[in-house]
Design a protein around this ligand. Structure first.
Ligand SMILES: [Zn+2]
Ligand SMILES: [Zn+2]
Length: 380
């Protein structure tokens, strides 16, 4: 091709046409991968997952291989998306649309990141997914042999991550420059902020803004349409905890501007009422046997999102651990002991049900389903 003889418009047309050819090739690639996946060739070749096999055979990075395999599996039951590729729709658009449950068309009015955001709002966070993440929260601090250096690794659910991220950003922004005017790197400042926090530094008010898309949140009971300021989506359990508590600002969007139950503004507890509730337990946690006075919060016994009011009989003072972790995250419920009337906690249906599901190992999948495992149990 003699590029220098072509106008820019002509080169653009060539590019677009190449893009369509790439898409058609991708459609063929997905069909071929689907058949090989059905035959479970990766197991025969000693690979743990189909993605691993694809990465090796096609010489791809693991991310690219994973995207290919996931998109192939998601489009097995979506011939419309495979035909879209044949018609020249880009792989990235098909991939993004394939993540969205239900037929939404190709969303041509949105660019690819718009399609991804649309998908984030539409995808439901199941109670099981959410509980798994809450229980999977962990932090490891690994010292070197002589303890002169520590490495931190861990994982957090979306809300805890956002709260900590906001607090560290706020504190690290407040750190002054060094006397010579030098501003240390962000990573250094955030690590120092964490150190300051642990040394008893002033804890910044951790606020997180939550966006609720009412059209999606209401019919799914908060499992879809809820996301944090920074983007991560949260599920029904996190939403209920968020609404019970004032660390968050909630913004509700509806197409027609109709306020929905998540959008009521009366959830904030007036200071007078807060003091009255605290006075009923002398400022201690109301749970029988808990003598904590640390960060006492006011909990709505009937969740605010389920119509519970901000009236004294629906409110109770609880320590942070009993409030956030035991009730909202683990799903325990309050009850009054029949003999003493003291406030205690008992597990509920939700707290039993939401144990994280055991990961199905590839070996077991193979022995149980030699012909073809369903997409949800096959390792990616
Ligand atoms: Zn609460
Ligand atoms: Zn307590």
């Amino acid at each position: 091709m003699n590029w220098s003889s072509l106008s820019s418009d002509e080169i653009e047309q060539v590019l677009v046409s190449i893009g369509s050819q790439v898409s058609r090739a991708r459609a063929l690639e997905l069909d071929a991968l689907e058949e090989l996946d059905r035959r479970q060739v990766f197991m025969g070749d000693g690979c743990a997952t189909m993605s691993e096999w694809v990465a090796g055979r096609l010489d791809l990075g693991s991310d690219t291989a994973r995207r290919l395999v996931l998109t192939m599996r998601r489009t097995v039951e979506r011939p419309d998306l495979r035909s879209a590729l044949v018609d020249g729709v880009s792989f990235d658009r098909v991939e993004a649309v394939s993540r969205i449950v239900g037929d939404v068309g190709m969303l041509d009015h949105l660019d690819i990141s718009g399609v991804r955001r649309h998908g984030v709002n539409r995808t439901e966070v199941t109670d099981g997914d959410e509980a798994g993440r809450l229980r999977g929260r962990y932090l490891v601090m690994q010292p070197s042999l002589d303890e002169s250096w520590w490495t931190l690794t861990g994982g957090l659910d979306g809300v805890a991550g956002a709260v900590i991220d906001n607090a560290l950003s706020e504190l690290s922004d407040r750190l002054p420059n060094l006397p010579d005017g030098h501003r240390p790197a962000t990573g250094w400042r955030r690590a120092t902020a964490l150190y300051e926090l642990a040394s008893g530094g002033e804890t910044p008010q951790a606020t997180v803004t939550v966006f609720v898309n009412a059209d999606q949140a209401a019919p799914s009971d908060g499992r879809a349409g809820v996301r944090l300021e920074a983007g991560p989506r949260v599920g029904a359990v996190a939403l209920e905890a968020i609404l019970c508590n004032s660390i968050t600002e909630v913004t509700v969007n509806t197409k027609d501007g109709v306020p929905m139950r998540y959008g009521r503004t009366s959830r904030t507890i007036p200071p007078v009422l807060r003091r009255a509730i605290l006075a009923t337990t002398d400022g201690y946690c109301a749970i029988d046997g808990c003598d904590s006075r640390y960060r006492i919060e006011i909990h709505h016994k009937t969740p605010w999102a389920h119509g519970g009011t901000t009236d004294p009989e629906n409110l109770i003072a609880l320590c942070w651990f009993h409030h956030h972790i035991v009730i909202h995250e683990r799903g325990f419920e309050l009850f009054n002991h029949p003999d003493t009337g003291r406030t205690r906690l008992r597990p509920t249906f939700r707290s039993n049900r939401d144990r994280p599901r055991k990961h199905t190992s590839p070996t077991r999948t193979r022995s149980k389903q030699p012909a073809r495992a369903s997409p949800s149990t096959t390792p990616i």
